[in-house]
Design a protein around this ligand. Structure first.
Ligand SMILES: NC(=O)c1ccc[n+]([C@@H]2O[C@H](COP(=O)([O-])OP(=O)(O)OC[C@H]3O[C@@H](n4cnc5c(N)ncnc54)[C@H](OP(=O)(O)O)[C@@H]3O)[C@@H](O)[C@H]2O)c1
Length: 327
């Protein structure tokens, strides 16, 4: 591998721009090539983010020998095909969340990565957020006592989006759950692990897209109340409650910099700054794994990704959320 990690980016939409912004802040990263279904989009993206090459199709990126790792940033329903093609070409892959639209896809992607002995990881940036990492340390050390309850919601008003666009189109895995519901579910999984039981109910719009889902994760001695929707904006804080007190994760909680602990009636505020837009931390984890020749992250492993998508599958099953391409 060259001195700098040579990155390719595939799918040049909104998140790809943010990711490229943060990639430029990591001294050991080089944006080598970008690929889009549109040559024009690839060229303007490359110019803006100083990528060395711009491809108007994806195969050239999979086959570009100068690229070490490909960041996959297309729509949910394309993560499987794009990741599999890149992994089959022997490329390390860092793929946006959700890794696939269901556990069947994710299992196959992991098997392909393991079979080809290449690095593969889900870009679950919140796992690497410094404040959430500090919170995890605090919870694991017993600062809140026994963790009893989590309240986490992710909601925004997107009902008037283009019905054919990725947020509202079921053919593209649309609905709140896979796009933003994944974050509250991640939070419960991060702090409490796999629940014993899941209860979930959803509302759908007239074209059958899930627009509002309430979820309860029931654990042996704890519960998580989780919610996602595209029907209204919210403050976007989240709370953890334990036998010794509570902690507030300040807005916007999945990319927060601030925590307030309330213990024995006294409030303590903590600030944990993030680098760049918050994607620097996951990029550094990819670099660490590649340097160490690890094929998966120990902080967000293949098992974690599979558990997360299995939880999403169960919520979908309970709430009747289906995508037309699934049997
Ligand atoms: N980690 C985060 O903070 C974060 C935030 C937002 C989104 N995401 C994830 O990133 C992914 C992309 O989200 P985004 O907001 O960047 O999406 P986007 O801007 O709507 O589109 C991203 C790319 O997907 C392809 N695309 C768009 N519409 C398509 C369609 N109808 N059919 C097939 N391909 C289409 C295009 O790729 P080409 O350029 O190749 O044409 C487009 O540039 C999603 O899976 C989402 O979950 C993550």
């Amino acid at each position: 591998m060259a001195l700098k990690t040579q990155w390719g980016i595939l799918g040049l939409g909104k998140i790809a721009h943010k990711f490229a912004h943060d990639l430029a802040l990591v001294p050991s990263a080089q944006l080598t090539a970008v690929a889009s279904s549109s040559k024009e989009r690839a060229m303007s993206f490359a110019e803006k983010h100083q990528a060395l090459k711009a491809y108007g199709e994806y195969t050239a990126l999979y086959n570009d020998e100068s690229v070490d790792v490909i960041y996959i940033a297309g729509v949910h329903t394309d993560h499987y095909a794009h990741s599999c093609a890149a992994l089959a070409a022997g490329k390390a892959v860092f793929c946006e969340k959700p890794l696939g639209i269901n556990a069947r896809e994710v299992k196959e992607m992991i098997a392909l990565a393991q079979g080809n002995n290449v690095f593969f990881m889900e870009a679950l940036w919140s796992r690497f957020n410094p404040a959430l990492r500090a919170l995890k340390k605090g919870i694991d050390s017993g600062r809140l006592g026994d963790l009893r309850h989590i309240q986490a919601s992710f909601s925004m008003d997107r009902l008037n989006d283009d019905p054919a666009g990725r947020l509202l189109n079921t053919k593209l895995g649309g609905g709140s759950l896979l796009d933003i519901g994944i974050y509250p579910i991640f939070l419960a999984y991060f702090f409490l692990g796999m629940p014993e039981e899941i209860i979930a109910k959803a509302h759908f719009n007239t074209q059958g897209t899930e627009i509002q889902t309430s979820i309860i994760f029931h654990y042996h001695q704890a519960q998580a109340q989780l919610y996602s929707s595209l029907t209204h904006p919210i403050k976007m804080d989240a709370k953890l409650f334990g036998s010794k007190g509570e902690v507030t994760i300040h807005p916007t909680w999945h990319e927060t910099e601030k925590l307030t602990w309330l213990l024995s009636g006294a409030e303590t505020e903590e600030t944990h700054p993030k680098a760049g837009l918050g994607y620097v931390h996951e990029i550094e984890e990819v670099h660490f794994c590649l340097m160490e020749n690890q094929k998966e992250s120990s902080l967000w492993s293949h098992t974690d990704s599979l558990n997360l998508i299995s939880l999403l599958d169960t919520v979908r099953e309970k709430a009747g959320i289906r995508f037309p391409q699934e049997p």
